[in-house]
Write a protein that binds this ligand. Structure first.
Ligand code: GLN
Length: 488
């Protein structure tokens, strides 16, 4: 029999609802698993053992009393450090928020709790979600369960590593330019970034408000559909959340993709993509073809500007959003200051890491008078062109298929010396955020090195149903057995 911690969320939910296992037993199995492998992976920043068992006992009480225990009954979940929770700390893996306790729960946290989920704790990330390897965390170094010498990706590296190592059934991440999909790719799990507006951002500490979305990292597509159904929907506390019904996305997983048109953007299959990744992604697209999809070539001519546009817009928004961390209201305040100005300078200088400082400076620069038109305004115009490329492509197809990441997981330190090298990790994921589309990363085999590869699928805004249907059909028919990571 497989251990409880190896099961998917929907399996756990069904077993708990039927009373075949208690949520407490499942939670204990996960806590034991954390105790066994966390010292190697270091995904967690906080493990809430007692609180998790209390939540699980409450779920079991509901089952015993014959009450509906919810759609996520007894499912053990890990939360990225960027999500506000009343329990524990919310640090964004930054020294500046050391010891910060949120007075409220993020909407996604509240919805999961109402659905009977059990929170195991919080997981590591790049400071303020800026990075692609989790090496920018001020707390700890998280390792890739497939190869402990390699990064788990980022910024939701702890979320991906925890799912891959069976230290939670589902985790939540956030994605501004690829931070759910790229670590999901590098750690061999499923990661979906919903359409901008699909999921409330209330209680997600803002990095770049026009790009940020919360989404799940899971062991399979059905769990991604289930979790998204629970967390999505209009929220009066987030004016950018879309006023659309919250559908049950698991209903979309019909297995039938006959007639679906899948676009391959020619710009994504150039020499920039290594031969091994290309072979894996092309083979995955062939699986969709064999299932009745029609594959067409499309073009996204402005995608070559995506990284440049992203690093103007996201830094501009970050410089505004991070202005609130000034030593007055939250977290760290430098003890040795003689006036308020010195308090700002010394607190920020001491407590922000180098990547966060770089972005605040870049963002302040592109917004400054004299440069605003040349950089920020221009970038907004090119963002529109990128969006229009997708609008045109989606006249010819229903799904767009690309790699998720140009390379599999890389070794620690391989890209830290040159920020641009690191930024290029998101070359295939960033346009999705700029165009506000939904995107999913799916494992599509292991490279010769033993590291996971992944394909990314994208769909029209708010067409997560088609996206998940295609993803599920691929997963069911790929014939790929990813197996479990060796954690060695
Ligand atoms: N790696 C990208 C960055 O550093 C994306 C991060 C994210 O999606 N949060 O900004």
């Amino acid at each position: 029999m497989t251990a409880w911690h190896e099961k998917t969320a929907h399996e756990i939910r069904d077993l708990v609802r039927r009373g075949e296992v208690t949520a407490v037993e499942v939670t204990k199995s996960y806590l034991d698993r954390i105790a066994a492998v966390e010292s190697k992976v270091d995904a967690y920043t906080q493990v809430w053992s007692d609180y998790a068992l209390e939540q699980a006992a409450a779920v079991d009480g509901r089952v015993r009393r014959g009450e509906d225990p919810g759609q996520m009954a007894g499912v053990p979940i890990a939360l990225k450090e960027v999500l506000c929770t009343q329990h524990g700390f919310t640090t964004c893996a930054s020294k500046i928020l050391e010891g910060f306790r949120s007075p409220y729960d993020a909407t996604v946290v509240r919805k999961l709790a109402q659905a009977g989920a059990v929170f195991l704790g919080k997981v590591n990330m790049d400071e303020f979600a800026m990075g692609s390897s989790t090496e920018n965390s001020a707390i700890k170094t998280t390792r890739n369960p497939w190869n402990l010498r390699c990064v788990p990706g980022g910024s939701s590296g702890g979320s991906a590593a925890a799912v891959a190592a069976d230290m939670c059934a589902v985790s939540l991440g956030s994605d501004t330019g690829g931070s759910i999909r790229q670590p999901a790719c590098l750690c061999g799990c499923v990661g979906i970034k919903p359409t901008y507006g699909r999921v409330s951002r209330y209680g997600l500490v803002a990095f770049a408000s026009s790009l940020d979305q919360i989404g799940p990292l899971t062991k399979d597509v059905q769990d991604a559909a289930l979790t998204l159904s629970v967390i999505c929907g209009k929220d009066p506390l987030d004016a950018t959340s879309a006023d659309l019904p919250a559908p049950d996305f698991t209903q979309a997983l019909t297995g039938d993709i006959r007639g679906l048109r899948v676009g391959m953007p020619r710009e994504c299959f150039t020499e920039a993509l290594g031969p091994e990744m290309r072979e894996k992604v092309v083979t995955a697209i062939d699986v969709l073809r064999q299932q009745g999809a029609e594959v067409v070539e499309v073009s996204l001519p402005h995608s070559e500007y995506a990284i440049a546009v992203y690093y103007i817009i996201c830094t501009a928004e970050a410089s505004a959003n991070l202005a609130r961390f000034d030593g007055v209201r939250y977290g760290f305040r430098h003890p040795d200051v003689k006036d308020v100005r010195e308090m700002y300078v010394k607190s920020k200088s001491a407590a922000f890491g180098p990547e966060v400082k770089r972005r605040i400076m870049l963002g302040t620069y592109v917004l400054s008078s004299g440069y605003y038109d040349a950089y920020y305004l221009k970038a907004q115009k090119v963002r529109r062109l990128i969006k229009e490329d997708f609008d045109r492509a989606f006249e010819q197809c229903d799904i767009i298929a690309t790699p998720t990441s140009p390379t599999p997981a890389f070794e620690f330190g391989a890209k830290t010396a040159d920020p641009l090298e690191m930024y290029l990790s998101d070359i295939y994921t960033i346009s999705t955020n700029l165009a506000t589309l939904p995107g999913i990363s799916l494992p599509c085999g292991l490279c010769a090195s033993g590291l996971p590869a992944a394909i990314q699928l994208m769909a029209r805004p708010f067409d997560e149903a088609t996206l998940l249907r295609a993803a599920h059909c691929y997963e069911q028919n790929s014939g790929i057995q990813m197996g479990k990571p060796p954690i060695a």
